[in-house]
Design a protein around this ligand. Structure first.
Ligand code: BJW
Length: 238
């Protein structure tokens, strides 16, 4: 039992209790802003300063002392450290709270807020300062060619081959703090079920879009549900 393979998908809900906004909750980012204005390549082409501003504010907030990993991030790092089989953590989140909690085997499928990508040379570099139209690319030195290293609507999420390979072979798939609105992540539960092996579990504040595809549900705050679930998996499996 304990050498089994686990894939975990996390979304904005896991970072909510760390002080970061979700997207589609009543107090979420998309209640205040339009996706077409800040989270598409067309928005960036039309008004780069507005898009940079949106991410500059979120980057500054992420780096503020008010934001830190919570008990759910820490529990997932514990699972990776103590589980004798494989654990792959796939996050839709662009924050670095899983890393700060100690998770190492991690894919940021929607990119990372603390990285910049150069549209001239393709270089991806760590970036913590505000990004502007005069920022210089650390790789090629070009001016004004940087964008935040995130995946906007209409763009291809990152490392999909690695993710689908893990989903095709996993024994347990756990979805945490995601509303199940955005593809391809919303399709992962069906992909995992399709391999004929996977037990599927949803941990969320409330029922998500794809809830009927999960074998097991636990509804409540991530800081409560995730540590309890990890404790159970490490002591009794599933
Ligand atoms: C708690 C909690 C607590 C609260 N404890 N829980 C028509 C049909 C199907 C697909 C499409 C379609 N038209 C277009 C598409 C494709 C499109 C898409 O899915 N659109 C839908 C809106 C329909 N997808 C794309 O364009 C993607 N690319 C793509 O598909 O490429 C082609 C492809 C083809 C085949 C294979 C592979 C690829 C790209 C999507 C990019 C998403 N980008 C964003 C923003 C960028 C980063 C950023 O700025 O941060 O990513 S959008 C935003 O949504 C962000 C998130 O990662 C993503 C998911 O949101 P998430 O995490 O689920 O957050 P919420 O707010 O929705 O949910 C939070 C949940 O937490 C809620 O349920 C709460 O209840 C819960 N919660 N507090 C536990 N304390």
């Amino acid at each position: 039992m304990k050498s089994r393979r686990i894939v975990i998908l996390t979304g904005a809900g896991i970072s909510k209790e760390s002080g970061l906004d979700t997207f589609r909750d009543a107090d979420g980012l998309w209640a205040r802003l339009r996706i077409e204005d800040v989270a598409t390549p067309e928005a960036f082409a039309r008004d780069p300063a507005r898009v940079q501003d949106f991410y500059n504010h979120r980057r500054a907030n992420l780096l503020s002392t008010a934001v830190a990993p919570n008990a759910a991030h820490l529990a997932l790092a514990r699972l990776e450290a103590e589980w004798p089989g494989e654990v792959l953590l796939v996050t839709q989140n662009i924050d670095d709270l899983h890393e700060r909690a100690g998770s190492g085997k991690l894919i940021h499928m929607h990119g990372e807020l603390l990285k910049a990508r150069c549209l001239a040379c393709g270089g991806v570099n760590a970036w913590r300062a505000p990004m502007t139209d005069v920022s210089l690319c650390p790789s090629c030195g070009a001016e004004g060619t940087l964008r935040v290293h995130v995946v906007w609507f209409g763009e291809m999420p990152l490392e999909m081959d690695r993710i689908y390979e893990a989903l095709g072979a996993c024994d347990l798939f756990v979805s945490i703090g995601t509303s199940g609105n955005v593809y391809p992540a919303a399709g992962f539960v069906a992909e995992a079920r399709g391999n004929g092996l996977a037990h599927t579990v949803e941990l969320n504040l409330e029922s998500s879009e794809g809830h009927s595809l999960f074998d097991e549900h636990h509804y409540g705050p991530a800081t409560v549900e995730v540590p309890a679930f990890v404790e159970r998996i490490l002591s009794r499996g599933w």
